[in-house]
Design a protein around this ligand. Sequence first.
Ligand SMILES: [Zn+2]
Length: 436
Amino acid sequence: MKPELFLVVTAVICAAAKPLNEAAQRNKLLLVSFDGFRWDYDQDVDTPHLDQLVLDGVKAKYITPPMLTMTSPSHFTTITGRWVEDHEVVHNMMYNATTNQKVSHKETLTRSEWWDNGVLPLWITAQNQGLKTGSFYFPGGGANYSGQAVYRSLSEESGHPDDNETEWRQNIDEVMSWFSEEDFHLVTLYYGEPDNVGHAKGPDHPNRKKIIMQIDRIIGYLREAIIRHDLSNTLNVIISSDHGMTTVKKRPQVDEIILNKYLNLIQHASFEILDYGGFGILTPRPGKEQVVFDALSKAPNLTVWKKDEFPESFHLAKSKRLPPIVVVADLGFNLNSRFIVYVNKGDHGYHNGEMDMKTIFRAFGPDFKKNFVSEPFDSIHIYPLMCKLLQIKPEAHNGSLSVTEDFLLHSGGPSRARLSAALLLLSTLLAMFSPL
Ligand SMILES: [Zn+2]
C-alpha cells in the first residue's frame, strides 16, 4: 500500500471508531424524583406538559423499582446502580435489630451510618472526578460517604409541608441558579408528592389527580426556567420516581391481616418492623426461626420468606442488615401487628412485579432523542446512563448501559450508521487510489 493511502485508511478507521461524545462538551444533568408517582398517574388527568415531554424527549412505558419498593432503598438503587443487598439501605427507617433502636425516616436522611456501607453514590463519584454536585432533598444526599459530603446538600426537615407549589417553583429557581451561576454539573431534586397524597387519600382520590396536575404545572415551570437560564443546550433532565401506589384493602371488602393472630409476636420475635404497609421484617428469638416461619406461612394474603431462601430476582439474600424473616403482603393488604392502627388509604412496599408498584421515566435535553418511547426497564439501569451523560467512569454497578443507550443521540461507541458511512468512504478512496 502506498504511504499516503495507508494514512488515509488509518484516518478513516480512527474517525469511525472515535466516540462522538469525546469531542463534545460535557453537558449538565438534573435528576428529578417525584416520590410515589405510579406509572399510569398521568393517564386519567390532563397533563399537557408531560405530554409535550413525550414529543420532546424519551419516555419509558414504565420502569420497575427494585425489591424493596420503598423510598430510601429505591432512591439509593437509582443513585448507586446497586441492588439493595449491595447498598444495604434496606428500609426507610434506620434500625438496629440487636438494640431495638429505630429512627424515623426523616431523621434517617442525615444519618451517615445508615447510608454509608461502602457503596459510593453518583454525587461522590462525580465529585472525585472533578465535577460539582448538589442534592436538593434527595434521599441519601444528606449523608457522608467515606467521610465525603455532597458539595451542596439540603435535607428536608421533619414536618415540612411537601405540597407547596410556590416553594416547588422556588426550589427549581434555586437549582437553576446552581447550574447557571455556579456551574454545577449534577443536581438531584426530590419532591415528596404524589406519595403523601397517595398514602393519605389513596391513588383513586380526586386529590391525587389534583396533585398530578400540580406536578404537570411544575414541569412546565421547569422547562421555562431552563430557557430563562439559557440551559436548553447544556442541561439534560431525567424525571423519575421510586415506586408506585395501590389502594389499601379494608373491611368489609377483605379480612385485614393481624399477625398476632397467627404468632405471639412478643414470645417469638426479639425485633420487628410491622405496621409499615405491605412489607415487614422480624428477628425470631433464638431457636424460634422455624416456628415463626411456619406460623406466618399459615396466615392468608401474605408470603413469608427466610432471608437465605429469597428468589434471586429479589437481589436481597446477601443483605447482612435484613433480619432472617421478611414478610411481603399481597397487593393492597397491610401487615398489622396487633391492632389495625394503620390509617393510610394507599400504600407501597409490595412485590415489584405488581403493576401498581411500577413507576415513571422521562428524559429530555441535548443528548436525548426526541419522540422516543422505550420498552419498560429496571430502574437500576438509570445509573450507567447518568454516568454516560456526565462522561464519568462509573463505580462497579449492577445496571447496563445497553438498556438505555438507545435513548441517546450519540451512543458513544462506533454506531452501525457511522461504521457504514466510514466503510463507504473507505471503498471510494480505495477505488480512487487503485490503478486503472
Ligand atoms: Zn417513596
